[in-house]
Design a protein around this ligand. Sequence first.
Ligand SMILES: Cc1cc2nc3c(=O)[nH]c(=O)nc-3n(C[C@H](O)[C@H](O)[C@H](O)COP(=O)(O)OP(=O)(O)OC[C@H]3O[C@@H](n4cnc5c(N)ncnc54)[C@H](O)[C@@H]3O)c2cc1C
Length: 290
Amino acid sequence: MQAFDYARPGSLAEALSLASNGRRVLFLAGGTDVIIQLREGRRSCDLLIDLKRIPELTALTEHPDGSLEIGAAVPLAEVYENPAVRSRFPALVDAASLIGGIAIQSRASLGGNLCNASPAADSSPALMVLGADLRIAGPSGERTLPVASFFLGPGRNALQPGEVLISIRVPALPANAAAFYHRFIPRNEMDIAVASSGAFLALDPGGRIADARVALGAVAPTPILVPAARDALLGRLPDADAFAAAGQAAYDAASPIDDMRGSAAQRRHLARVLTVRALENALRRIRAAN
Ligand SMILES: Cc1cc2nc3c(=O)[nH]c(=O)nc-3n(C[C@H](O)[C@H](O)[C@H](O)COP(=O)(O)OP(=O)(O)OC[C@H]3O[C@@H](n4cnc5c(N)ncnc54)[C@H](O)[C@@H]3O)c2cc1C
């Protein structure tokens, strides 16, 4: 492995100053992607900046408006064990508890999962259907970006040089709403999604679909939102016909590749099946809460 310096700043200001000193910098949260990439020579840097001592990045906060702000470096196990996450945002539990196993989940973060920008990352579709925003800080100040605009290609995200992801803000769900995330892998655990789907549904007082979002993983160069699935669902009763139409939209939106995990045809098929089941499970969650 190539030699590099290591820094462990105790504040965001210190981290940003280290990141803008002209050296080739990489950030470290849990290290479950970046350490492997450095060791295998797939990435290189002059300075590795450890983010785990920065208060803004390690806090999990419920805001008075009901939104949840998750520091980018909070370990996944802390996310899915948090009572507010478990009761109000179970789709985050779906995603965070699927990533790796217990050892990985005790180190790895949502921020690292997003910034690594794998098309198959499990947290991305879940956070997209939850309508999450990303708080980003850099040399020219802070900005906010919807998570759906963050992914540019395999391994590429919208962070500019010297920018760091501070936190992920998940808005409160409206009444009569729920989300669900799941994936297909050929074994029970410790594998990367062959395809995945997240769904969000909100019902109006008459029981019709007032809002909906569907997102897919591992079927395109980035995780994708499927606007046509939303169009197919809005205003309809949440029945098998409506869900089948959204499943067809997911099938049509997928542009997968063949690789050792699965064929393009299998992934397109999975996009449809997983989307229908994600919608059914989101609906089940709404009904269970009423
Ligand atoms: C055995 C094993 C199983 C795995 N299983 C899964 C799985 O099932 N599903 C899945 O999605 N992934 C899986 N992964 C991949 C990995 O564990 C996840 O992507 C994890 O969430 C990465 O988080 P991390 O904190 O370890 O990131 P790190 O490795 O610390 O960082 C990842 C990347 O993001 C950058 N980065 C991290 N934090 C920030 C920040 N705040 N601001 C800017 N850049 C930042 C780093 O520089 C690096 O490029 C697995 C990995 C292993 C080793």
